[in-house]
Each structure stands twice: as C-alpha cells, then as structure tokens.
Design a binder for this molecule. Structure first.
Ligand code: TYM
Length: 326
C-alpha cells in the first residue's frame, strides 16, 4: 500500500522555538514512519519581511540543521529549501489568478502584519505561495500548529476552485494538529502565542538554548496569582501553559500532573518543567552542535534535486490542463 503523503514548512526567520517544536517539528519527526514526508525551509516566505542577506543565509542553514538535529532523516524524508525548487513560485503565480484580493485582505496574519507596517505584495499573497507549497506535492495532509488553520482553509478553497474548473486534480489537504502543544503561549504574556518575532527573548525557549538559559527563562515565566498548580486556561493561563509543556515532555496527562504538583508551589513546579524540557531537548542540542555545515548543505542540495523532479511532475500536468504546454 502506498503511504499517505504529507508536507509542511517552517520559516527561517530566527531560531526554532518550543512552539514550533511542540506544534509541528515533534510531529514531523514522528510521522516519518507512517507517511511519505516532505519538509521544507520556506525561505521565500521569509523574504516578506526585510532580511539582511547574510542573516538570511545563516538562518536558512541553521534552520535546516535544527530540523536534521531534531531527527528529520533524509533517508526517509524529502528535505529542501523552497527557493531551490522554482516550481513553488510558478504554481503560486497560477493559483494567484484563482484568488480574490478581498479574501487575501481578510486573512488574519496579513491584517496583523499590515498593522505593524508590513505592506508588500509578498506579504499579501503569502497564503497563495503556502498553498502552492502544499499543492505542488499533491499531499493529503499538513502537520502544523493551530495558527495555520486559516491558511489551510484557504488552501482547500483554492483546491475547490481549481478542481471545479479543470477536473479533480488536487487533493484537499487536511490539517494535522497535535492534541497538546498546538498553541504554545509566550512565557512573558500567556495571552499571546510564543513567536519568533516577539522582541523579548525571554518570551520563548529556543530548542538550541543551553540548559541554564532554559532554567532562567522558565523561572522568569509569568505565572498567575494564587499558589496552586491547576489547569485552568482562563484563570491560570501561565501555569496552564507550563503544564502543557510539561505534559508533552514528561509524556503524562495534564490532569495527572496537575494533581501531582497541585501543592508543590510555583518555584518547585517551574524547576520540574525546566528539567523536563532540558532533558527532552538534550539529544537535539547535542546533534545540532555535532552537525557540520557542509553536511547540511550537501543534504539540502540532494533534497532539492529530488524535490524538483517531484514538483515538476505536478507542473507538467498543471501546464497541460491550463493550456500552457508545448
Ligand atoms: P512558522 O515558521 O511560523 O512556524 C512553523 C510551525 O510551527 C508552528 N507554530 C506553533 N505551534 C504551536 N505553538 C506556537 N506558539 C507556534 N508557533 C508556530 C506553526 O503552526 C507551524 O506549523 N506559514 C508557515 C510556513 C509555511 C507552511 C507552508 C506550513 C509555508 N508554507 C506549507 C505548512 C505548509 C509559517 O509561517 O510557519
């Protein structure tokens, strides 16, 4: 039986944090046995915010290295940089002609970035390129965190529009979101999600952080009034976020952990969370420090070669369907 195919991507805009890890990366690694997996460092998407060339060059290499260190295995997964496979951009252009401007203007992510002064066309059409990433591989599912739901809905709508014009060609991709960790919150403000763009470094734990940095950040994490450890997202968002994190790293149910630590006090509880995260991330950090840049570059080049072949298969069909072949 052929395995189902999945695709997902991550932007090389700053280091990978615990939200990326719990919402996406951890699943990407786990899915390699059961699925045919395609993972991508979406460097074209990163251009939607101004980037110094040397920073971008370094960030895409570091991002690729972290994915490999986390356990993305090039023998089982296709891994590459988006910009090395021009079929993504080509399909994005075609899909753009199926997209209404009104729809794009209503996307939450665009509205947020527009409010912060981002107004380029790339930012506006970001979801179209994301749809192209997914559709150029004709995948069945996309493992992502909660914040990508609107983008996945948008992709399925595009599929419907394309298929109703040209016949049943693209599968409508479903979203795979983890039961826990789909939305990890900022350590400094548990009402907003942990994010690469937060100016406060203490708001996020990087998966490559040294143990001392992890201890310090968790010790300083904003908690709630009161002293009991309990899972209550409304009234105790800070503690609930830490319980979610501990549940993922300890592999225990949140309710059991809340019972076990209910009277432990915030200080001891935070120490437990920190040690669990440090232990859970230790293999990744070790592998990251061991991996050579040259080896990462070699793997990414090989991945792009394969990805181009696979993506071109889709594009040959698409060009034929819409009248652009020969
Ligand atoms: P990006 O780079 O912002 O994030 C990568 C992945 O991490 C997840 N994530 C989180 N999960 C839980 N809690 C958080 N605080 C948190 N922050 C981020 C994201 O949901 C994502 O799965 N648009 C995408 C990149 C992309 C893509 C694609 C994804 C481009 N093309 C095609 C899937 C398929 C993005 O900006 O992810």
């Amino acid at each position: 039986m052929t395995k189902k195919k999945v695709f997902s991507g991550i932007q090389p805009s700053g280091d990978i944090h615990l939200g990326n890890y719990m919402g996406a990366l951890r699943n990407w690694v786990a899915m390699q046995d059961e699925y045919q997996t395609v993972y991508c460092v979406v460097d074209l998407h990163a251009l939607t915010l101004p980037q110094a060339p040397s920073d971008l060059a370094e960030a895409r290499l570091r991002t690729a290295k972290i994915l490999l260190a986390a356990g993305i295995d090039p023998q089982r997964s296709l891994l590459y940089h988006q910009s090395q496979v021009p079929q993504h951009a080509e399909l994005s252009w075609i899909l753009g002609t199926f997209t209404s401007m009104g729809r794009l203007g209503r996307m939450t992510q665009y509205k947020e970035k527009e409010d912060k002064g981002g107004q380029n066309l790339g930012l506006f059409s970001y979801p179209v390129l994301m749809a192209a990433d997914i559709l150029v591989h004709k995948v069945h599912a996309v493992p992502v965190g909660d914040d990508q739901t609107q983008h996945l809905e948008f992709t399925r709508d595009l599929v419907e529009r394309f298929n109703s014009r040209y016949g049943d060609f693209f599968p409508a991709p479903e979203q795979i979101t983890p039961g826990r960790g789909a939305r990890v919150m900022s350590l400094k403000d548990p009402s907003s999600k942990m994010s690469k763009s937060d100016p406060d470094d203490d708001s996020r734990i990087l998966v490559t952080d040294a143990p001392d940095a992890i201890r310090r950040k968790i010790r300083r994490a904003v908690t709630d009034s009161g002293a009991r450890i309990a899972y209550d997202v409304e009234r105790k968002p800070g503690i609930s976020n830490l319980l979610d994190i501990l549940a993922v790293f300890a592999g225990d149910a949140v309710d059991d952990l809340a019972d076990r630590y209910s009277g432990a006090g915030y200080g001891r509880f935070k120490e437990t969370v920190a040690e669990a995260v440090i232990e859970g991330l230790a293999p990744l950090r070790r592998a990251f420090l061991d991996l050579e840049d040259r080896e990462v570059e070699r793997i990414m080049k090989m991945g792009a070669l394969d990805a181009r072949i696979q993506a071109e298969r889709t594009m040959v069909e698409v060009r034929k369907m819409i009248g652009l072949s020969g």
